[in-house]
Design a protein around this ligand. Structure first.
Ligand code: FES
Ligand code: FE2
Length: 376
């Protein structure tokens, strides 16, 4: 295991989640959302770092292609290149010309039509699809499953109104996912946020995790407490009579890296798409199932205030923590059961056969054990 990739456990080099701790660049064999289709204009390449690689996206005759953004000749980014012939792309330096679909060199223009490079050099191409106004990329070398398998069914519905936000964030994508599914922080970190102005957030919750038929790991509350007396300290939290006590959100998480939060009539999704180690592309989506008229109204409300209160201000509190999280070592507590179950799920991600041993998991550690491990 690359110890620098490790995010779990009591000390570097020792892990109960080997696949998860290797996956600093994400899991292979899944589809990931990349950008809005309309961002990729005909004839204008766009370069992004994803899964530790520079990748060039290009729209040719309406269709999107993705190529490793590096010319095999002298390493020039292909995204600096140009199009000479249809369905191909030429490197700007010496004119090596690649088939957009296969990545094979079909001409080395400055070596004449009989160049031996033809058929003997290529760049990696990635499967790409467009659905629901988005570009999706497959991070894998095998034949991909249908892209719909990795798109939440709720957003494939015709009546889904969707509002997106894409940002680049510092912080390991796994910290992003764990923060999203973490059962504890919402009750403390977000307590004073604008988003919670009219919500009485519980003080603590006990939950159980359930896997549903679409592969979501769902966090279901079994016990909700709004306030308590802490011995010798006093009461916490403050309960306001004018705030609603309805527990509004039900979060779920799914491979490769998507969180779903059910918020009454709304749904929020977020993906933590790995870019390079320690960074990710944060994709946020607000969804409501509604008719065409209300869709327009919702769009107005989103841009007037929902975006700023929720997707910017509220989620920036998360971004702050995701950037600052620093493990191992870590000492988990009862609400982290959700994180442990997510890690277990990741051990069985696509690409290897499910592990045949039961992963030994405890949801707390003794103080002695923790101290010993951190001081060793
Ligand atoms: S570096 Fe690309 S053609 Fe020479
Ligand atoms: Fe949060």
């Amino acid at each position: 295991m690359n110890q620098h990739f490790q995010v779990t456990g009591l000390q570097r080099g020792k892990t109960r989640f080997p696949r998860y701790d290797e996956a600093a660049l994400g899991f292979e064999n899944y589809w990931y959302p990349v950008m809005l289709s309309k961002e990729l204009k005909q004839g204008k390449p766009k370069a992004l770092t994803l899964f530790g690689e520079r990748i060039m996206f290009y729209r040719d005759q309406g269709r999107v292609f993705a190529l490793h953004d590096r010319c095999p000749h002298r390493g020039i980014p292909l995204s600096k290149g140009t199009q000479v012939f249809p369905k191909t792309w030429s490197c700007i330096y010496h004119g090596w010309t690649f088939d957009l679909k296969t990545g094979k060199v079909v001409a080395a223009l400055t070596d004449g039509p009989d160049s031996k490079v033809c058929g003997n050099a290529h760049v990696r191409v990635y499967p790409v699809e467009e659905r629901i106004g988005l570009v999706w990329i497959y991070n894998g070398k095998n034949t991909p499953p249908p892209v719909e398998e990795d798109i939440p069914s709720e957003i494939l519905r015709k009546d889904a109104a969707m509002m997106w936000r894409f940002t680049e964030r510092p912080g390991d994508w796994r910290y992003g996912a764990e923060n999203g599914f973490d059962d504890g922080h919402g009750k403390f970190l977000h307590r004073a946020s604008w988003f919670a102005t009219f919500m009485q957030l519980p003080g603590w919750i006990q939950s159980k995790m359930e896997l549903d038929h679409e592969g979501w790991l769902v966090r279901k509350p079994t016990k909700v407490d709004f306030e308590g007396e802490f011995p010798r300290l006093g009461k916490w939290p403050k309960v306001h009579w004018w705030k609603s006590k309805r527990v509004l959100s039900t979060p779920s998480i799914k491979l490769p890296c998507v969180l779903r939060v059910e918020l009454g009539k709304y749904m929020h999704f977020e993906w933590y798409v790995p870019t390079q180690a320690g960074h990710h592309r944060y994709v946020q989506l607000l969804v409501k199932h509604t008719n065409a008229f209300n869709r327009l109204f919702l769009r107005l409300r989103y841009w007037a205030y929902i975006r700023w209160i929720f997707h910017v201000s509220f989620n920036n509190e998360d971004a702050w923590m995701v950037e600052l999280t620093n493990t191992p070592p870590e000492q988990l507590y009862r609400p982290d059961l959700s994180i442990i179950e997510w890690r277990k799920m990741c051990e069985n991600a696509r690409g290897t056969k499910p592990s045949d041993h039961e992963i030994e998991v405890r949801d707390d550690f003794s103080r002695e054990e923790f101290t010993k491990a951190t001081q060793a």
